[in-house]
Design a protein around this ligand. Structure first.
Ligand SMILES: Cc1cc2nc3c(=O)[nH]c(=O)nc-3n(C[C@H](O)[C@H](O)[C@H](O)COP(=O)(O)OP(=O)(O)OC[C@H]3O[C@@H](n4cnc5c(N)ncnc54)[C@H](O)[C@@H]3O)c2cc1C
Length: 375
């Protein structure tokens, strides 16, 4: 919708090929086994997709990184939402370092990502703190030149396969702070691996921190800046979840249109029935509207414009649209839409998560309401 640079066009052309040849054909199996497809992870590193948000000197994307991230996520999610989520969590987990870290931290950790190909986990959610980030109980206590971390983080995407974590912990009564924590440190263990309804090809794990000693140099920004950093991260991640939702919806619609052309009922192709055309028309319209919001929110982030309201609008609109569209596409396929042999069933299960994570859609509406009432 918005003009693409030559570099973006080349990236998307290569990505389309990889999605067609590798990601798409593996999607059903990845969903079935729940195992991480390391060949795909490796391909994404080769294409530079897991480095997009890094500073350019560490292989990051020099112009409009958020827009490029979103377009890449959309392309992958058309075929496999679990694979697309790899890009989101890498960007979300990297945000504290990239946007609030100091030069020494970037010099140490960015090569661990770009050269050593470490995935990054984002450890914020806890059993008693999901939507309410301020309720976090994980503690980071000063001990000489170190901090000692204790707590239990849940629902961490890539939690058991990441090499580095961004951990939000309480450094004082009213103070939350981010720490960069290497997975190899003593005191870190993996708890439950979640058995999920959708995104079954994505790793979701509990990470337990018991007396984990981290040097003061791992603290991002100043003590107490953690909440502000987490909120800034959402301005980048919510357009990305919008892109994930959009890709899912497009994949579902494209598949269904082809199906409706082939399938005949009452002597004509399904697609010739007006009731079916209406469902497809609604889906196409929602997709066009979703694309506009998603791209605007991502480009606003890239230009440094305050995009909190737009990011929440894009996140909730696109994910609600994806849920409606995938539900309707199951309907168009009838009984076959409910059967695992058809990709629509997986897309329908995957779509539900987009309404829940990176701030559930009720929270997005609260944020939009708050931003409007401020004016
Ligand atoms: C597969 C998966 C992957 C995830 N990955 C990560 C990750 O990598 N890192 C991470 O930190 N977290 C992750 N999460 C956590 C996710 O962000 C949270 O689940 C989400 O923020 C909601 O928190 P909650 O589940 O505790 O729900 P709750 O906060 O308990 O909310 C329950 C419901 O109540 C609604 N609600 C809550 N408060 C209000 C209110 N004031 N007004 C109106 N409605 C309200 C919510 O919208 C929601 O619908 C992941 C979750 C899942 C399922």
């Amino acid at each position: 919708m918005f003009d693409l640079s030559e570099e973006q066009k080349i990236l998307l052309r290569n990505l389309k090929r990889v999605v067609k040849e590798k990601v798409g054909p593996a999607a059903a199996e990845t969903d079935k086994t729940g195992a991480i497809n390391w060949e795909i992870v490796s391909l994404f590193w080769d294409l530079g997709l897991l480095q997009i948000m890094l500073p350019p000197e560490y292989d990051g994307w020099p112009h409009n990184p958020s827009h490029t991230l979103c377009l890449s996520i959309e392309e992958i999610a058309k075929a496999c939402a679990s694979s697309a989520l790899l890009l989101i969590i890498q960007a979300v987990g990297g945000y504290p370092l990239i946007f609030a870290g100091n030069d020494a931290q970037k010099k140490k950790y960015c090569p661990m990502i770009s050269d050593q190909r470490n995935l990054i986990g984002y450890l914020v959610t806890e059993p008693g703190a999901g939507s309410d980030v301020q309720a976090i109980q994980c503690t980071a206590k000063r001990s000489g030149d170190d901090f000692i971390l204790n707590g239990r983080k849940v629902f961490a995407t890539n939690g058991s396969i990441a090499g580095i974590y961004s951990v939000l912990a309480r450094t004082g009564d009213k103070e939350l702070s981010f720490f960069l924590v290497e997975r190899r440190l003593k005191g870190i263990s993996i708890g439950r691996i979640e058995d999920k309804c959708g995104f079954r090809g994505s790793n979701t794990a509990e990470v337990i921190l018991e007396d984990v000693v981290v040097p003061r140099a791992s603290l991002i920004g100043k003590p107490g800046e953690g909440f502000k950093i987490a909120m800034g991260d959402f301005d980048m991640s919510r357009p990305a979840v919008a892109a994930l939702s959009l890709g899912l919806a497009e994949g579902a619609l494209d598949y269904t249109i082809e199906y409706a052309r082939e399938r005949h009922t009452f002597g004509k192709p399904l697609i010739q029935h007006q009731a079916i055309q209406f469902l497809l028309a609604d889906a196409s319209t929602l997709i066009e509207a979703s694309r506009g919001l998603m791209e605007r929110a991502a480009l606003a982030f890239d230009s440094g414009e305050k995009n909190t309201k737009l990011a929440s609008m894009a996140k909730y609109f696109c994910s609600d649209a994806a849920m409606k569209i995938t539900t309707d596409m199951v309907q168009v396929l009838g009984g076959y839409g409910y059967i695992r042999d058809y990709p629509i069933e997986r897309m329908f299960r995957d779509a539900k998560l987009t309404q829940i994570f990176e701030g559930a859609n009720q929270i997005q509406r609260m944020i939009i309401g708050r931003e409007i009432s401020r004016r």
